[in-house]
Ligand binder design. Structure first.
Ligand code: GLY
Length: 574
């Protein structure tokens, strides 16, 4: 099922925007961005040049986007271990050129069957966030290995075993620690010291690995060899699985994950969630991700307004985007969770969105924002707002192959370096369970995103494929915790409304509003909007906003790709 949403806008206006010739990219807020990468046949954009190169090699040799993703993910787990890897989870959106079908795969981590709703409470009170993160308690059953295998099984063209060659060589021969990895290790040294194995790898002799140091990971090479030979069985059972469980059970703060949890893990195919915007369909991952629903709500709420005419330098454009985001985040906090466990209202219902969009008709910031009352079949069910914390981490992969297939995958171990537990198989274990609400109820009313056995924690990951006339025109996604949603929505608006190429759209300074405070990207022209936005009634906060957007635009005359200048990623195409 695809959630179809009729144009709620004054159709004439929306159509006009859709048909309009894209305006010249504005100056002002728009930074000088390098020219985007262009290509005719295929393209891959990922967070590290070694990982993107591994994917490019596969695509050059005629592999599919799914094959390339396997190679990219295997290398990312080595060279960007703080963000994603075999010990984590991921969501994948796939456009199949042969059938025109859009499929999403949910490789999210699950709560162990022994997890209880009070997993992150002590004496009835929520634990401190990092007290919960570090150690075994926060580790969910990883989904990424089975997702890689499942994507290859469905859409792969290359030999499975060969997709790990680069990652195995790099793990055995060593790779140079990147500047970003070195900085993050140094910044996190205290937490990384909490586990002996983790400290030995990242802080050899007690000293954080320096930029350029050669890092070898023989254990990871061995795990990949087994994965290449025996598939995901080599991960979910046998020595690798036993090593995972022993690490979790033996941690200073032990967790409850078992071999049975690992053996029972499954990837779930779910309907793509699509919302129309400017004549396109913005398609992505539904629950347990809040990504596509929240991005879709934001765009639906601003569609009746002339964002293109306002342009990126007008505070009124950001008032509309910011308050649309606040309204969408209010619904997210109240209603969005794993829909296999919690009934969800129709959050993209056209009539409901039209009512919410009308709230934006004024000139000033909304004084107060609460969750709405979308239509649903469980109106008697009362839910309380979730206030759980999500911190930036994660990685995004965008790929288009020579057959025209498109892949958008956001992949994570949650917090930077996850639970800080390095499994004997040479990969970090996630702390994804801290994406659940630590509280089960608020004033006696249940919270949708509470911990339950077998449930998947709510995510903000927003792997997106923008479709027009049944074909993909843009592949995009980002890391960044719950700010992912704002980063992705902004990049789509910058490309579709403001006519920026994907590299400019990515580089455009971030202005992100989730819960009322307007975050403005430090060191950019966005800071100049602090005063006008304050005059509209917002509290503003100038701060670093480190997205990791990777996007590919697909047009009749070829592919155009961009990578986020805020991180180390690249786009490669031919
Ligand atoms: N842990 C990041 C997310 O799933 O949104």
């Amino acid at each position: 099922m695809i959630f179809a949403l009729c144009l709620l806008a004054p159709a004439a206006f929306a159509q006009q925007a859709a048909d309009a010739v894209a305006p010249e990219a504005a100056t002002g807020l728009a930074p000088e961005a390098p020219a985007p990468v262009t290509a005719q046949d295929w393209m891959v954009a990922a967070a590290n040049p070694l990982a993107a190169e591994a994917g490019a090699r596969v695509l050059r040799e005629g592999g599919s986007a799914a094959d390339a993703m396997v190679a990219v993910q295997a290398v990312l787990g080595l060279v960007e271990p703080q963000s994603s890897g075999l010990g984590g989870g991921a969501f994948l959106v796939w456009y199949d050129a042969a059938t025109g079908a859009l499929t999403t795969l949910d490789g999210r981590e699950t709560a162990p069957m022994a997890a209880t709703p009070t997993l992150f409470q002590v004496d009835g009170e929520p634990m401190g966030f990092f007290d919960a993160v570090v150690g075994g308690l926060s580790v969910g059953t990883p989904g990424t290995p089975l997702l890689m295998e499942e994507a290859h099984r469905r859409w792969g063209r290359a030999n499975w075993g060969g997709l790990f060659d680069e990652a195995i060589s790099l793990a055995e021969d060593g790779f140079a620690v990147s500047p970003r990895l070195a900085t993050l290790i140094a910044d996190d040294a205290e937490r990384l010291s909490s586990s002996e194995a983790t400290a030995a790898y990242f802080l050899p002799g007690g000293t954080p690995l320096a930029e350029g140091a050669t890092l070898v990971n023989a254990a990871y090479a061995e795990t990949l060899r087994a994965f290449a030979r025996d598939g995901s069985d080599a991960f979910y059972s046998g020595p690798v699985a036993e090593g995972i469980v022993a690490t979790i059970r033996g941690a200073a703060q032990p967790g409850v994950l078992t071999l049975d949890d690992l053996a029972a893990y499954d990837v779930v195919e779910r309907p793509a969630v699509c919302a129309p915007y400017r004549g396109a369909e913005i398609c992505g991952m539904g629950p347990p991700s809040s990504g596509a629903l929240t991005v879709g709500q934001i765009l639906a709420l601003i569609e009746p307004y002339d964002i293109a005419a306002l342009g990126p330098d007008d505070p009124q454009a950001w008032r509309l985007i910011g308050d649309a985001s606040r309204l969408a985040f209010a619904d997210r906090g109240r209603y969005m969770a794993d829909s296999d466990f919690v009934p969800m209202p129709r959050l993209l219902d056209p009539g409901y969105l039209a009512e919410r969009a009308a709230l934006l008709a004024g000139d000033d910031a909304l004084p107060e924002v609460t969750a709405g009352t979308p239509p649903w079949d469980h109106a008697a069910l009362e839910l309380a707002d979730d206030t759980s914390l999500e911190l930036p981490s994660t990685s995004h992969i965008s790929i288009v192959d020579s057959a025209g297939n498109a892949l958008s995958m956001t992949t994570t171990i949650e917090n930077g370096f996850g639970s800080r537990l390095l499994a004997p198989g040479g990969f970090l274990l996630n702390n994804e369970l801290t994406d659940f609400s630590f509280r089960t109820h608020s004033d006696g009313v249940p919270i949708a995103n509470r911990v339950e056995p077998g449930k998947r924690p709510r995510s903000s990951m927003s792997p997106t494929i923008v479709m027009r006339d049944g074909a993909p025109v843009m592949v995009v996604g980002s890391p960044g915790g719950s700010r992912i949603i704002g980063y992705v929505a902004k990049t789509i608006v910058a490309h579709l409304d403001w006519g920026m190429d994907v590299q400019q759209a990515i580089a455009l300074p971030h202005l992100v509003n989730r819960f009322g405070t307007y975050d403005l990207e430090e060191g950019t022209a966005a800071a100049a909007l602090a005063e006008p936005l304050a005059a509209l009634g917002y509290e503003t906060n100038i701060r670093g906003l480190t997205s990791g957007l990777h996007a590919i635009a697909i047009a009749a005359d070829g592919l155009t790709g961009g990578a986020d200048p805020r991180r180390e990623g690249v786009a490669i195409g031919e």
